[in-house]
Design a protein around this ligand. Structure first.
Ligand code: 13P
Ligand code: SF4
Length: 317
């Protein structure tokens, strides 16, 4: 089947099976194009929670599909490629994290949503890049906090809030690899451009950014800015939504000077999902996210707390 035939076949299977496709902003363009909802991890978690379709096909990575299952366990949740993992989630194995937590009694455990269900089950509160700062600011000043798994996001929040959260030593291989030196070079090449960065980037790079924010916050920033050029320090899939909403603006990705056509700003896990795999997974209703009711129950509590707090703080409706 060619791409058009695949899209039509997916559309008719989706109708026949009462399925919905949730797509993350980092997915391939053609997948974002065919998704019923596109969003960041917070918006997609919210969509999954209130989804009434029988099947959720989650076009994103494993921890996102798992979160959808946790929030809406009676739905069948499919992930087009089970190997679509996350280096950040992998940097925090449950056994080691449990020992770390036990070594620090009295600490509240806040985990970024980019972690496994086991880590969620060991956490008091989950956050995303879209709500982390506000959630943490709303906690008592003297609250002792362990933040996992992303030391870059945690370090950034420590720097803007003056907190001293204890950080787990994990990073996202895509964002952490973007270099401040290259960003400075690009700023010289494009003196009118504003540089926007995801807080998963390393501290040196964040220091030279004009705006730091979640995927959604970056999109709003561009929309509301008069600037015409943006240097983008995040995963390249986001360019599809950026260009769609701002056809008159130019976006420059932070690729290395000596290899301008590399795919280093692509998340190889996110890109594992293809139209072909999406079609097959809808047809076969496989691979499916399967979890024990006990794990769903334990992991749901800190996610529900995040959603409740986010509603109270006016971050989501
Ligand atoms: P968002 O929370 O902005 O959707 O980011 C998810 C992610 O995987 C970032 O690398
Ligand atoms: Fe994980 Fe990084 Fe890929 Fe996001 S971009 S899914 S944090 S590896």
């Amino acid at each position: 089947m060619d791409m058009q035939e695949l899209k039509e076949a997916i559309f008719s299977l989706k109708k026949k099976k009462n399925a919905v496709i949730l797509g993350h902003y980092y997915q391939r363009d053609e997948i974002q194009e065919i998704s019923d909802y596109i969003g960041d991890s917070l918006a997609l978690a919210r969509e999954a929670e209130r989804c009434e379709a029988d099947i959720i096909v989650f076009c994103g990575v494993h921890f996102m599909a798992e979160t959808a299952k946790i929030l809406n366990p009676t739905r069948k949740v499919l992930l087009p490629d089970m190997a679509a993992g996350c280096s950040l989630a992998d940097s925090c194995p449950a056994d080691a994290f449990k020992a770390f937590k036990e070594a620090h009694p009295g600490y509240m455990v806040i985990s970024y949503i980019n972690c496994s269900a086991e880590i969620k089950a060991l956490s008091d509160l989950i956050c995303t890049s879209g709500n982390a700062e506000k959630l943490i600011r709303s906690l008592p000043e003297d609250q002792k906090i362990i933040f996992a798994p992303d030391k870059n996001l945690g370090g950034y929040i420590n720097s803007v809030t003056g907190r001293n959260m204890l950080l787990w030593d994990g990073v996202c291989m895509v964002h952490d690899a973007m270099r401040a030196e290259r960003a400075i070079q690009l700023k010289k090449e494009y003196p009118e451009a504003l540089m926007i960065a995801h807080p998963e980037c390393n501290a040196a790079l964040l220091q030279v950014a004009d705006f730091i924010g979640s995927t959604k916050a970056m999109l709003s920033f561009i929309q509301n800015s008069d600037a015409k050029q943006f240097i983008v320090a995040t995963e390249s899939g986001i360019l599809w939504e950026m260009k769609r909403n701002n056809p008159d603006k130019e976006f420059i990705v932070i690729n290395p000077e000596d290899n301008k056509n590399c795919n280093c700003v692509d998340c190889s896990y996110m890109k594992l999902n293809t139209l072909e795999k999406l079609y097959r997974c809808l047809d076969d209703e496989q691979p499916e996210i399967v979890m024990s009711p006990e794990m769903i129950d334990k992991a749901r509590k800190p996610i529900e707390r995040m959603l409740e707090m986010s509603k109270k703080l006016g971050i989501i409706k």
